[in-house]
Ligand binder design. Structure first.
Ligand SMILES: [Zn+2]
Length: 686
């Protein structure tokens, strides 16, 4: 983008807002939308997020969120000095810590503090919020006491973080934004404003291939802070930062799909940044850059649970390729920004697919242990490739109270997954409506129409059931539009309002709009019929772009390959053949998993049948899942190796049999990327 374009747009906008409007002008202007910030960008985002706590989980989702609170999220500070001492301004006895207490613990404990705070807010758990504030409040006070020119990092005077420290700083900035949004405490906004009004405009590169973290991730807490405080120095610095010539050059490459595999967590964090800035510049190139980068990931590294591969670095597509848990967190973050800015249902579909599958797999059922990596297929705790990857070590595939005990990013980052999904289940719209953006059991309390408090209680087993019931209770009768996302996979949605069938035809963003005067007790029922669907693709080689990083043998893993695989999805859920587990690190002896997916001849559904049962009284991702699929398969002698996980082509196998598949997130050991028989295979044209 040309710098002159930025200054023109911003200049015009600031000029337009600077003079106080005359009384006549004020009368002509519409009042700001519910949840609009004091400083809105020149290009309005599609949705206005609700503050953390406006959406409270219910039903099965609440059970899961409470397990997180009772497990890792609520107690991580009791498990390791990184989390006990991070951000206190004192030295920390931990791996990767520098003598002054900076280094790895700042990043890792910021992840946890942010996630635990948000979980406390969405659960309205005062004890958890108080615990996290005991850590964050001294930081806020330290910044507010310090002179101008400080940062969150120990509120040192004149110190400006660079590189890794700047990246860790951005993670703390995000936590403080949540604290301000959730509490309205002006001291928090004062601290954010003070720090970001004097933050370095040169924050580092945005390029992905090198695998370097970027201080540019401060852009989102900066722009959030600006939207609340209106301190123009912050906006100017943010726009200078994204406008650096090397950053601009790289962003332009993304619009043309010119990307290379990089560290997947950094990839997701970085690719959203042009879109985050887009509303403030209005330059559509910024939006196209982020979209282009998402497309590149879809084409090169997407695994069927909805998150790209990342054995630290992007690892192509394969049945035993892995995804770091940090990547699930950053994928949901990146996608939530696109959803908020652009408003298309596809972003909601992506978030649900990642959350209901990849979000569940790395946590143990009781949320007391977690795993650094997950993979579509897992047959052992030292699962293929068993000697690799080199980083972070053999503990990477095992469940442990600290994830990988020597590298604590993932056990910090996992705490953000559940609350960030819940926060984005509902968003406000610019016509003072409310949009159901992600589905699951919840209660939202928000203002709608002419600022009237409204509560919508959503009762559903979704995604394990197909029916979503909403009870609307405004404080007084009020007119506003209610928007319902119709997922892209659902061709036959049904909508009923107070028992009467309503149009289920979505608008160009994929939402049904119901405009009416709502009264207490109004009922909306949304039916989202799900059908099993077979997805297909090819296992690819490890990317040679990162060969230095993947400096392991066998060298054959880098050689070109196109090995067919198939998987089964239904609605947002990926299904897997479960290998029963004794515990998350021990598969039951003798379980059968050496099968290829088959297809029953002459049947439009391929012979895959859904079987539904009741939801359990307490939700903990059970193998005895309330929804399962019966699918045809054929046994064959399958011996996956590091060098070749899947057969070269379709296999014959023995007689066709029926296997029971359950949601991927319910399994700890599983096959979800299957070899195929001839009957189940269709060539895929990339
Ligand atoms: Zn990690």
């Amino acid at each position: 983008m040309k710098p002159s374009t930025v200054s023109f747009l911003v200049g015009a906008w600031i000029a337009g807002f600077a003079p106080a409007p005359s009384a006549a002008e004020a009368a002509r202007q519409d009042p700001p939308a519910n949840y609009a910030r004091p400083c809105e960008p020149p290009v309005g985002t599609a949705f206005l997020p609700l503050p953390p706590g406006a959406v409270e989980p219910a039903g099965w989702l609440r059970d899961w969120a409470e397990s997180a609170r009772n497990g890792i999220t609520g107690h991580l500070d009791e498990r390791h000095p990184t989390f006990a001492d991070g951000w206190k301004g004192t030295p920390i006895q931990a791996n990767g810590a520098k003598p002054d207490g900076t280094g790895w613990p700042l990043e890792q404990s910021a992840y946890w503090l942010d996630g635990a705070l948000r979980l406390g807010l969405v659960l309205h758990d005062e004890a958890l919020v108080r615990k996290i504030r005991l850590r964050l409040d001294p930081l806020v006070e330290g910044v507010n006491r310090a002179g101008f020119g400080t940062t969150f990092i120990y509120w040192k005077q004149g110190y400006k973080p660079e590189g890794f420290e700047s990246w860790a700083h951005s993670q703390m900035g995000r936590a403080l934004v949540a604290l301000y949004q959730g509490t309205g405490d002006k001291r928090v906004l004062d601290a954010l404003t003070k720090v970001y009004a004097d933050y370095p405009a040169r924050m580092g590169p945005i390029d992905i291939g090198g695998g370097w973290v970027s201080g540019l991730c401060n852009l989102d807490p900066m722009l959030e802070t600006y939207s609340y405080s209106g301190d123009r120095r912050i906006l100017e610095r943010a726009l200078q930062a994204i406008g650096q010539p090397d950053v601009d050059r790289e962003i332009r490459r993304w619009t043309e799909g010119r990307l290379a595999p990089g560290h997947t967590d950094i990839f997701y964090e970085n690719i959203r940044l042009p879109a985050v800035v887009y509303p403030w510049t209005g330059d559509p190139l910024y939006l196209r850059a982020t979209e282009g980068a998402f497309r590149w990931l879809d084409e090169n590294e997407m695994l069927p649970y909805g998150v790209a591969s990342g054995e630290e670095f992007g690892s192509g597509v394969g049945a035993f390729r892995k995804t770091e848990t940090c990547d699930v967190t950053s994928m949901l973050l990146a996608t939530s920004w696109m959803y908020r800015i652009q408003g298309g249902r596809d972003w909601g579909d992506r978030m649900e697919r990642a959350f209901f599958n990849a979000g569940a797999a790395p946590a143990a059922r009781d949320f007391q242990t977690m795993s650094y990596y997950q993979s579509p297929n897992r047959i052992r705790a030292d699962s293929l490739p068993c000697e690799q990857p080199n980083c972070p070590g053999p503990e990477g595939n095992r469940f442990h109270p600290l994830g990988c005990p020597t590298v604590l990013c993932c056990v910090g980052a996992i705490n953000r997954i559940i609350p960030n999904f819940i926060i984005h289940m509902w968003m406000a719209t610019r016509d003072n409506g409310l949009a159901a953006t992600l589905y699951g059991p919840s209660v939202v309390s928000a203002r709608a129409g002419a600022g009237v408090p409204v509560q919508v209680t959503t009762t559903t087993d979704y995604p394990f059931g197909e029916t979503i019931r909403m009870s609307v209770v405004p404080r007084e009768a009020v007119a506003f539009p209610l928007y319902l996302r119709i997922p892209g996979w659902c061709g036959k949605a049904r909508v009923f309002v107070n028992g009467a069938r309503a149009s289920a035809r979505p608008n160009d963003k994929g939402f049904v709009r119901i405009e009416r005067t709502w009264s207490a007790g109004d009922q909306v029922v949304l039916g989202l019929p799900m059908r099993p669907e077979v997805i297909r693709g090819y296992e690819t080689e490890f990317p040679s772009a990162n060969r230095d990083y993947f400096s392991f043998e066998p060298a054959g893993v880098f050689q070109h390959r196109r090995l067919p695989w198939a998987g089964v999805v239904m609605g947002p859920l990926l299904f897997a053949l479960p290998i029963p587990d004794v515990d998350p690190n021990t598969p039951a002896a003798g379980a059968r998993w050496k099968v290829a997916l088959d297809e029953a001849p002459g049947r439009s559904d391929g012979g895959i049948v859904a079987v539904r049962g009741p939801m359990p009284a307490h939700w903990d991702w059970p193998l005895d899942a309330p929804v399962a699929l019966e699918a045809p398969a054929r046994a064959f002698d399958w011996n996956p190796t590091d060098a070749q996980a899947l057969p070269d082509g379709p296999v014959e196998g023995t007689a066709s049999e029926t296997v029971r598949l359950v949601p991927y997130g319910c399994t700890k050991f599983r096959i979800s990327m299957f070899p195929v028989t001839e009957a189940a295979w269709r060539p895929v044209h990339p």
